[in-house]
Structures are given as C-alpha cells and as structure tokens.
Design a binder for this molecule. Sequence first.
Ligand SMILES: [Zn+2]
Length: 272
Amino acid sequence: MLSPIQRLLVESWFTILDLVAPLVCAGCGEIATRESPLVCTNCLAPPASLPRPLAVPIATDPGFDGPEWSDFDPAEGADATIVVVSGFPYDGPVGALIQSLKYQRLEPIGRHLGRALAAIVTKHALAAEEELDGAEEDPLKASILAITDEVSRVVPVPLHLSRKRDRGFNQSLLVAGGYASAHRLPPPSEALRRTRATRTQTDLDREQRWRNVGGVFEPIHPLPGERVLLIDDVVTTGATIGSAAIALREAGAEVVGAVTLAQSELRGGGAR
Ligand SMILES: [Zn+2]
C-alpha cells in the first residue's frame, strides 16, 4: 500500500508525464485516458452495422480453390461449411489497432481487442437467437448461436515459427486470451502449427489464396471430443480459416466455427 504522500508523488508524476507525452489511442490518435491507455473506448465500441457473418467451406480435396459460394450449403467439392463471425470492418480504427499490435508490438492491445470481440459475438448471437425464434430452421443462425453455447476451447490460428520469432508473439493468441476470459473458457494454447511460411495474401486473388494456404497447418496434439472455436485477427476469403479447420478435424476436434476481429474486403471484389 502506498502512503498518502507516496500516492501524491505518483499521481504528480503521471500528471507531468501526461503533459510531456500524453498517451494517444493507437486506433484513432485521440488522447487516451489513464484508465484506458493505448486504446480508447470509442475504437472498441461495436460498429453501427456488424460485419456480415461468412460461410466458409472446409475441403480436404487439394484441388479445391474456394469457388464462389452463396449460402450455407457446402460448396461443390467441400466437405462441410463453418461460420465466421467478425467484430469490426478492417477498414477502420480496429484495422489500425491490429497494425499497431503486430508491427509496433503493443501486446496489451491484443487482450483489449479480444474482450471487445467477445462482447460483439454475444451481440451477433442474441440477434441470431431473436431471428431464429419461431422461424424456419436456419443453419447459419444456428451456427452463430453454437459459437456462444457449444464451445469447449478456443484455438488461435498460428504464425509460422520464423514469423513468430521475428515478432515475439502470435497476435491471435493474445486476442484469444481476452476472448476466452470474457466468455469464461479455458485459457487458449497453440494447438496447431504452420508447416511452411506462406507469402502474404494481400495481393492474391481468391483462388491464389486458397492454394497459398492449402495443407499448411497440422495439429500439435490430438484434440478428441473438443468443440473448438478458431480465432484469427482478420478474415478475407476464409482460406486460412478453412485450412486451419481441416487440421483441427484431423486432430479429432469438432470445429464449431471461427471468430475474427476484423473482416477485410478482397481487393477488386466483395468480402467473399
Ligand atoms: Zn481510439
């Protein structure tokens, strides 16, 4: 415990620091508060319109290259379909926060983002529950509900070891930590590994993305009977999540769905 005089000294010190170099939110650049340094509450507030959940096909066929799909029925050549629920559009403050997390290595942001994502996923689930009430069976909405009701553990999409070594951490594991604590799930651990480094997906089209990450994941250990929720920072076409889901199924897990902080649009086309 600090004595009143010590506390006064500490408070004064922070006041001086605030005047000399105020902390700014890494998302919007506004002055942050001491209670919420690094990221302001505005940047983590749910967006006015939630990103549309995506239906991502899971395919073990190596020739599958993610053709267009329009509903929750498995696409041609796919074995199953999972839902991907996202918290924010990438084109906004959360995109800037993800960049800060990864490249300025602002690790504490990860947990804040994970908790904000958990709150938004709950909103998605409540909306799905309302729409399901009395309606005809809707597999997409039922899958969104399952994400909050039927998950036994969360698994982050892994980085390749060389990239993790460069960065020092896997940002998706940090986000998963915040998410799991908010939804009272066991702390996440890495359950998958990337078997090869892949080129950045930014400039690839849909088919190239599916080929780029096909077969790139493998389980670290078996996960029999686990009902897994995959967590990643950004989804665009769902190719990475689809590939990671295949590895989880190989480990004996049931993939309930996936959540991502942000949803990004494919250049020259829609988010899907
Ligand atoms: Zn902000």
